[in-house]
Design a protein around this ligand. Structure first.
Ligand code: GLU
Length: 277
């Protein structure tokens, strides 16, 4: 078993991260397997070096040990771009000039983003827009992907944990629910999904252990694995820790960070015990 914890350095780690990291670490330990730490910092608009340094410090404090040579995604952008280029050569991606705002017209603020399904623009219009310097995203075409794979029926993955609605066992991937996903855009050069499948395969990850907020991501990632000829790991999505208010811990809610807990005198032993480890 080879598993990983793959945080994005967009803030300080909180209890939810500690739970996820410990779940993966303990799974590797009890199987006599390997545990990696990967820094997912492709979104340069949100990631900060100080958060990355804090992640290493906080996880070490928590008692985790990972193999050295931590992969940092921002060091490998050219490799992810090569994947997108390979998909482009096969006609699987297209340029989309629509903004999120244009796509979400009519969406109420509380509703999730509307999945977008589009098509390449006529060549002359695309040339004109490019000449005007208009920003675009590379989107994966579901229609082209389905044609390339002969449909999505064969896309399954094994879930050893559970999705948010208890989904477990052999799961039929439904990548179409996400629409034509963005694989790259101007501000964020490469999408999370692509970097994750690239790295999980490159690092020979056998088990993806993470929170079930990423269960839907597995459906999309399964499609990318098929298109890029990469192996599919086993998935183990775990439930999300909820705070005293019954809401899940999240960076945006300023959930008490591991550093704050530490400063308040909480020991790593206390926290591990609180989290059930
Ligand atoms: N980097 C992602 C996050 O911070 C996790 C990716 C994964 O575990 O697949 O939410």
């Amino acid at each position: 078993m080879l598993t990983r914890f793959a945080p994005s350095p967009t803030g300080f780690l909180h209890r939810g991260h500690a739970f996820s990291a410990l779940t993966a670490f303990r799974a590797a330990q009890s199987a006599g397997g390997r545990f990696l730490l990967r820094i997912e910092d492709i979104d340069a608009t949100r990631c900060r070096p100080e958060y990355e340094a804090a992640i290493l410090e906080d996880l070490a404090w928590l008692g985790l040990e990972w193999e050295t040579l931590v992969r940092r995604q921002s060091d490998h952008l050219a490799d992810y771009h090569a994947d997108i280029e390979a998909l482009r050569e096969r006609g699987l991606v297209y340029r989309c000039f629509k903004t999120r705002k244009e796509i979400d017209i009519g969406r109420a603020p509380h509703e999730p983003a509307i999945p977008y399904v589009g098509a390449p623009l006529p060549a002359d219009e695309e040339t004109q827009r490019l000449a005007r310097g208009e920003a675009f995203a590379w989107r994966l075409s579901l229609a082209a992907a389905s044609a390339a794979l002969g449909g999505f029926e064969d896309l399954t993955f094994v879930e050893q944990g559970a999705g948010p609605d208890g989904e477990t066992g052999v799961i039929q991937a439904l990548p179409e629910t996400a629409g034509d996903i963005v694989l790259a855009r101007k501000d964020v050069g490469v999408a999370y999904h692509l970097a994750v499948v690239h790295d999980d395969a490159l690092q020979s990850v056998t088990h993806v252990i993470r929170g079930h907020d990423l269960f839907e991501a597995a459906h999309i990632q399964r499609l990318l694995q098929a298109l890029l000829g990469l192996p599919t790991p086993t998935y183990l999505h775990h439930g999300l820790l909820v705070g005293p208010d019954g809401k899940r811990y999240a960076k945006r809610d300023k959930a008490q960070t591991l550093r704050e807990l530490r400063a308040a005198g909480v020991t790593a032993d206390d926290l591990r015990a609180e989290l059930g480890f």
